[in-house]
Design a binder for this molecule. Structure first.
Ligand SMILES: Cc1cc2nc3c(=O)[nH]c(=O)nc-3n(C[C@H](O)[C@H](O)[C@H](O)COP(=O)(O)O)c2cc1C
Length: 182
């Protein structure tokens, strides 16, 4: 099963279009969580997970943990907001603190993803613009053990043209699809 964590509030926006193109024709169950619709509360650093698995916040975050157990591939997709992932997505990801504490504090083995993909669309273009999102994705790769099985599709200049009408982006999306299927 492929789990998508979508950080775009736009149902018909650049991120959603790219995501749809990437998963097109993939014959696997796909479950998408939209950070703006699912309203998963952020981590409040209560330290519950320093001692126990799970989380003290009893909301849809708990359903997300079940999906993490079930999924074997992960797609994180987001617009670039102020050079990072969108706010609601960062809030959602903060709930993975339970896995960070699991691995590094409680020393247990977390669920893992066989493969993971990061998709980010951005309006502008400057050399270091994606550094923040790459670092966040790196943290996820450590806690879910996919350091050697990850790919990134980081798309600048979306204010100037639709990413799904750009030949080079289309080619990259094709490669990403092949990576996920392979
Ligand atoms: C609040 C906000 C912050 C943004 N910050 C950046 C930014 O730092 N760099 C950039 O290139 N584009 C920025 N953008 C543009 C979006 O990243 C871009 O339009 C993106 O493709 C939107 O994706 P969506 O259509 O899936 O929502 C920002 C847009 C918004 C609404």
């Amino acid at each position: 099963m492929i789990l998508i964590l979508n950080g775009s509030p736009n149902k018909y926006g650049n991120t959603k279009k790219v995501m749809n193109e990437v998963i097109k024709d993939i014959d696997e169950e796909v479950i998408e969580i939209n950070a703006y619709e699912d309203k998963i509360a952020p981590c409040i650093d209560c330290k519950f997970c320093s001692h126990k698995s799970g989380c003290s916040i009893k909301d849809r975050g708990l359903d997300l943990y079940e999906l993490i157990e079930k999924a074997d591939k992960l797609i994180v997709a987001s617009p670039l907001y102020f050079a990072t992932l969108s706010g609601e997505l960062v809030k959602l990801l903060s709930r993975f603190q339970t896995y960070y504490a699991g691995k590094y504090v409680r020393k247990i083995v977390n669920p893992s993803f066989k493969k993971a993909v990061l998709i980010v669309t951005a309006g502008g273009n400057w050399p270091t613009m994606f550094v923040g999102v790459q670092e966040t994705f790196k943290v996820l790769s450590y806690i879910f053990y996919f350091e050697d099985n990850k790919k990134e599709l980081l798309i600048p200049n979306c204010d100037e043209r639709s990413p799904i009408q750009d030949e080079s982006v289309l080619e990259e999306m094709k490669q990403l699809r092949a990576f996920l299927i392979d």
